[in-house]
Design a protein around this ligand. Structure first.
Ligand SMILES: [Fe+2]
Ligand SMILES: [Fe+2]
Length: 409
């Protein structure tokens, strides 16, 4: 199928069949091209092209809406597998609206702690592990009170604060997934601590490399990769840190087929902490805005990870992660049968297909509306059923802004 799409939605693997401009205006030799990298996309953007035609029979498809059926087909799974079972730790102790403000403070505190830790380490001071333990306990407590508050807030992302935000987000995901996997209290704590510190070695990598606005050279990339060993070294001064915590730091870049680093471990040589850390790390990176990388929505990110099942990541763990996040993870934008766009703010408690959403845009009138929450499980399903997940870039919707506004409501 030939489709016209915005340049912002382009991904490597797409086949462009028409640049939607004269051949003199686009940066390539031919008018048909398979997109190989984010560099290609940047070139197209720099040429001032905003929309192109793609051929989905020759390259990957870019969807506007992903329906439930497509989701299930995509992941070759059935609904029963995705719907969280009763025994899942899924009860709400505190309503979202109430937990949200507290969660924002916890998120902010963790962020600030990381920022200070980076400075501390750069000045040669010892990492304050106790403060991290406190912060991790706060994260776990918030996730226990309400699974979705921090998860929703993890969608608020600012490009320049990536390093800290990313570490906090990975720890939020780690707390959630390890709870969903029914780990015991100690394990949940140990893995969440590993997650928040997984990139701590980056504090010893020069800012010129960490914050570089263009692709890294081979030499710079080799230096960046050292963050794994440097992280282990920083933590080795703390005898109270357990093997589970260290495994996340030491092995989050190892890959199932042995193509990771630093030790090129493969298969069962990689610990659970390393395997989990790898999936959560990549998921958060894909959904964040980076240099040469437009963020993708949660489902697209899961899809990219799923494509690497049993190659880079363990299939069983990816399935668990999908189950945990659900078909419509908090923060995703959906289109309702009633013609509204809405942001998913809380997973469906009884039925995963009926989450609580925040309606923000009227597609029929083409105007934003005063946001209001709607629980799709409360008998409004006939009218407001979810048609599918949509890509915010299609409608120029800034989910970040809506989430921040929710906090001041
Ligand atoms: Fe890393
Ligand atoms: Fe990371």
């Amino acid at each position: 199928m030939i489709k016209k799409i915005k340049v912002d939605l382009l991904r490597p693997g797409v086949y462009i069949t028409d640049f939607n401009c004269s051949w003199l205006a686009h940066p390539f030799l031919t008018s048909k091209k398979r997109i190989k990298s984010y560099k290609d996309i940047e070139k197209i953007r720099q040429a001032g092209i905003s929309e192109v035609f793609i051929d989905t029979t020759k390259g990957i498809d870019i969807f506007e809406t992903l329906t439930r059926e497509q989701f299930l087909e995509e992941f070759k799974t059935n609904l029963e597998d995705v719907v969280p079972a009763d025994e899942l730790d899924y009860q709400v102790q505190v309503p979202l609206e109430k937990e949200l403000k507290q969660a924002r403070e916890i998120q902010y505190k963790a962020h600030d702690l990381l920022k200070r830790a980076y400075q501390d380490i750069r000045y040669g001071n010892v990492l304050k592990i106790k403060e991290f333990a406190e912060s991790v306990n706060e994260i776990i407590d918030s996730v226990t009170r309400n699974r979705d508050a921090l998860l929703l807030l993890s969608n608020i992302k600012a490009k320049d604060e990536y390093t800290y935000e990313h570490s906090v987000n990975v720890s939020i995901l780690a707390a959630g997934i390890s709870k969903a996997l029914k780990m015991d209290k100690d394990e949940i704590f140990q893995y969440t601590l590993g997650a928040i510190l997984h990139d701590i070695g980056k504090s010893k990598i020069p800012d010129e490399i960490l914050k570089k606005q263009s692709p890294l050279t081979q030499k710079e990339y080799t230096i960046l990769k050292k963050h794994v060993e440097l992280g282990v070294e920083i933590l080795s001064a703390h005898k109270e840190v357990t093997a589970n915590t260290l495994s996340v730091i030491a092995e989050h870049h190892e890959r199932l087929n042995g193509t990771g680093y630093p030790k090129k471990l493969s298969g069962s040589q990689i610990s659970l902490g390393g395997k989990l850390g790898g999936i959560l790390d990549v998921y958060d990176a894909l959904t964040s805005e980076r240099v040469y990388h437009t963020p993708v929505n949660p489902v697209q990110a899961l899809k990219e990870i799923y494509t690497q099942r049993d190659i880079l990541f363990e299939e069983e763990l990816i399935q668990q992660f999908i189950k945990f996040l659900g078909i419509y993870p908090p923060g995703s934008l959906v289109k309702l049968g009633s013609g509204f766009l809405a942001i998913v703010i809380e997973a469906g408690r009884e039925d995963i297909l009926k989450p609580v959403v925040r309606i923000i845009y009227d597609l029929k009138k083409n105007i934003p509306i005063l946001p209001r929450n709607l629980d799709l499980s409360k008998g409004v399903g006939d009218l407001h059923y979810i048609e599918g997940m949509v890509n915010p870039a299609y409608y120029d919707i800034n989910v970040n802004e809506y989430l921040l506004n929710m906090l001041t409501d």
